[in-house]
Design a protein. Structure first.
Length: 182
């Protein structure tokens, strides 16, 4: 058996969530699958919450952020931001359908914990801040922009993501904020 690492543990944890169609996976199930004691898992993670938070963060990066593919050139930073925001919200929408159990885990460990969510979204805030040349120490304007689109990212609104006017609602919000970007 290969050396036990955080990634190996997280891979098995994620596989069990998907295979069992449940976020209610116990550490004992993971350790059994890996043929190790559950104490071996706790050498890599402080506790159960730390494990599932790590799995959720990795899934968010892999299933949402890494699915944003921008063009090589845009006529304006605003055009690039529009494309980035659209890809971000549609990646989250797709992830909610393609891997509902992992999306649920993400809700439990990230969307329901604002401090953790802020940390995970930090690269998004930094991207917006750099793109629009804000130079805000705390990314306040970038956070405000992202919050305008929370109806497309927060799970409480998930049912509205599949309504026929989804893109039009996105464009309506974009049109409201784009004048205030500078």
């Amino acid at each position: 058996m290969p050396v036990l690492t955080k990634n190996i543990i997280m891979n098995v944890a994620e596989e069990l969530v998907i295979k069992n169609h449940s976020t209610n996976i116990r550490i004992e199930q993971i350790s059994s699958e890996l043929a190790v004691t559950h104490a071996a898992i706790y050498k890599h993670f402080k506790n159960r919450h730390d494990l599932w938070l790590s799995v959720s963060i990795r899934w968010f990066h892999k299933s949402i952020l890494k699915n944003i593919t921008l063009k090589t050139a845009y006529s304006t930073p605003e055009e690039e931001l529009h494309d980035w925001l659209w890809q971000f919200v549609t990646a989250k929408k797709k992830a909610s359908s393609n891997q509902p159990e992992m999306f649920e885990l993400h809700m439990i460990y990230l969307d329901n914990h604002p401090d953790e969510l802020q940390k995970v979204l930090a690269p998004c805030y930094e991207y917006i801040d750099l793109l629009l040349n804000y130079r805000d120490n705390d990314y306040e304007r970038a956070k405000a922009i992202m919050s305008c689109f929370s109806v497309f990212t927060l799970p409480a609104f998930k049912e509205t993501w599949f309504q026929p006017d989804y893109q039009q609602r996105f464009e309506n919000i974009w049109n409201l904020i784009k004048k205030g970007l500078n």
